[in-house]
Design a protein around this ligand. Structure first.
Ligand code: M6R
Length: 607
């Protein structure tokens, strides 16, 4: 969840570390720090708060040195504070480390170190690692590398780690287990980061570390080693994301930029899979496994889970196959039933979500093949899944997922349609693919009306309860809208299937409530109209999001926002757009930073 960076090269490390950390700030932002080797000494600067505070202090009091590591923190062990910020050092101040992940056995290790006279300065699990490395180093385990290797053997849990030592200013040692880490050499020297976006401006040819691997970074090259220290040979992977894709490009926030990128990101998801109206997934084998499958199981977390629920509706609608959807954290612990005739799909924007990865491993241990839908090339999921479908949404920086969600949904629709054709439920997919090709332009039209949503948000952002309801394909869109709103505006929001209104949620309705209803399932318009009347007559403010043209909901005591007409079954990719905009504008009205909501981090790499 935190961000790690490292640099060793021919320029001062501090400014480069800060530049890279700013690209990683979305991974955690309660404190930040760097450590640099200067004159054979380690100098640490770290503090609670955002990276710009650290940057200001470095401008006032610069740090020189060509080797350094940096960190932006999302607190797990120990409150956000100057002391708990990374880097952490050993008692001699000769070794500094930054760490992402959780050392699960840190209490035992800490007690052992304390019994040897070590005094701890922080409440973090990370500090134990610095002291253990120092323990082996002092014991004369030969080299720094060997000391790191010995220390890693004692750690349970997950880590991405970068280590520097005042006695070895010519190298950075990095290691990973269950937490991403990328190393690259280019231009000014060698770089290390927990995320590709931090490296884009320096180089595109990167090494993705695998679990159990160690990278030793020198100014002009990188050695990859296994957990015993033996050298490994590996080609670099080329990343073709542009630098601009990780910049705001004139938008006030990444989230707004990413909302506006959706016409393009959806074209990117769609075009490579459409060959003259025929759906063609080159990357996966549409073999007998698909044709004979009895069930599809989809696992994911958060927003990706909502895409999975849309997947359930889509696969059942187009391909008439039963679908089970599960939150990955539930799936991994609930003793699920495995069947070799099932198709398993894992959806994850980052490809690094700990719960999703654990569920994938469980499925594979039980003989299942996993198809990943992910946005992140080189991610752990992309390397562990049997087959991969990339969403091609480009880097998503805002913590609140927007374009990654719609791209996941587009990929799922294509899969469902192709399966429906292969299983002979849809004779010809052209009618549907023609519609899918229209989606990007229809989103552009919705975005052109953003001021309507902005004005609506400026009137409603102070409501204390905001509820979202819908039926059929509109239900998962309601869930996603409620999540988006609570994540960045901190408003209590809930979603429910509109048919459930009278089974409980109606008790919440009063004049302090806003209800946003999605009404795009034409066959269910009358049912939705009744539900909307029920909430309006109890004093709630109401907005209906529906198709343009019909005027069906105009007579209700509700505001109406219309979407360009599409097939009802494809409405999620359109209906979610005004909801994303609404969340964004509510967050801004409330003075929140929509890109960096409190307590959240972009990629949940720990449980
Ligand atoms: O990277 P993933 O898609 O696996 O992430 C899953 C969730 O953590 C993520 O969707 C989260 O809910 C977002 N903050 C939603 O905006």
């Amino acid at each position: 969840m935190c961000g790690i960076t490292g640099f060793i090269g021919y320029e001062n490390a501090a400014p480069l570390l800060i530049r890279a950390l700013k690209k990683l700030e979305y991974r955690g932002y309660d404190s930040a720090g760097i450590a640099v080797i200067h004159d054979k000494k380690i100098i640490v600067r770290k503090m609670k708060g955002r990276i710009n505070l650290l940057e200001e202090s470095l401008l006032e009091n610069p740090l020189d040195g060509y080797t350094g590591i940096g960190h932006t923190r999302w607190a797990t062990h120990g409150e956000p504070s100057d002391i708990n910020s990374h880097p952490h050092t050993d008692s001699d101040g000769r070794i500094a480390i930054v760490h992402n992940g959780i050392v699960e056995n840190y209490i035992k290790l800490k007690q052992w170190l304390q019994s040897r006279g070590i005094v701890f300065r922080s409440d973090t699990d990370t500090e134990v690692i610095a002291h253990i490395i120092n323990y082996f180093y002092r014991k004369g385990h030969g080299s720094l590398l060997q000391s790191v290797i010995e220390a890693l053997k004692l750690l349970n849990g997950s880590y991405a780690l970068a280590v520097i030592c005042a006695d070895y200013p010519d190298r950075i040692i990095a290691a990973r287990k269950d937490s991403p880490l990328i190393a690259a050499t280019g231009g000014a020297g060698s770089f290390l980061a927990s995320d590709i976006t931090a490296l884009l401006e320096f180089t595109r040819d990167v090494y993705f570390l695998n679990d159990g691997e160690i990278a030793v970074l020198y100014q002009d090259h990188i050695e990859l080693r296994n957990d015993e220290g033996d050298l490994i040979q590996r080609e670099t992977t080329h990343i073709d994301w542009s630098v601009e894709s990780a910049e705001k490009n004139g938008f006030p926030h990444f989230m707004l930029k990413e909302i506006f990128e959706q016409p393009k990101s959806l074209e990117n998801a769609l075009r490579p899979r459409l060959k003259k109206d025929i759906i063609d997934f080159e990357e996966i084998k549409f073999d007998k496994k698909w044709l004979e499958a009895r069930r599809i199981v989809i696992i994911a977390c958060g927003t990706a889970y909502h895409a999975a629920v849309i997947g359930k509706y889509a696969f059942e609608y187009f391909a008439r196959i039963p679908v089970e959807v599960d939150i990955a954290s539930e799936y991994r612990y609930r003793n699920p039933i495995f069947n070799k005739n099932d198709i398993y799909i894992a959806i994850s924007q980052s490809g690094e979500t700990a719960d999703t990865l654990a569920a994938v491993r469980l499925i594979k241990q039980n003989g299942g093949c996993v198809i990943a839908i992910t946005n992140a090339p080189g991610s752990t999921l992309s390397r562990e899944a049997n087959e991969i479908i990339y969403t091609y949404a480009g880097p998503e920086i805002a913590v609140a997922s927007t374009k990654a969600f719609t791209s996941q949904v587009m990929c799922i629709y294509l899969l469902a349609l192709e399966l429906g054709r292969a299983r002979s439920y849809i004779p010809d997919t052209k009618k549907y693919t023609d519609e899918l090709c229209e989606i990007p332009d229809r989103i552009r039209k919705i975005l052109d009306k953003k001021e309507i949503i902005q004005r609506f948000a400026s009137r409603q952002y102070n409501k204390t309860k905001m509820l979202f309801m819908g039926r059929q394909f509109d239900y998962p869109v309601s869930m996603e809208s409620a999540l988006k709103l609570k994540e960045i505006s901190y408003t209590h929001s809930e979603a429910f299937a509109a048919g459930e209104l009278k089974h409980g949620p109606i008790a919440l309705i009063d004049s302090s409530t806003l209800v946003i209803s999605f009404a795009t399932q034409t066959a269910l318009f009358e049912k939705m109209a009744s539900n909307i009347l029920e909430v309006c007559s109890r004093g709630a403010a109401s907005l209906v999001i529906t198709w343009e043209g019909g005027g069906f909901f105009d007579a209700l005591n509700s505001e109406v926002f219309t979407l360009p007409k599409s097939e009802d079954c494809f409405s999620p990719m359109l209906a979610v757009i005004p909801a994303q905009l609404f969340s964004y504008y509510c967050a801004v009205q409330r003075g929140n930073d929509p890109d960096k909501p409190r307590n959240l981090a972009k990629s949940v790499t720990v449980e």
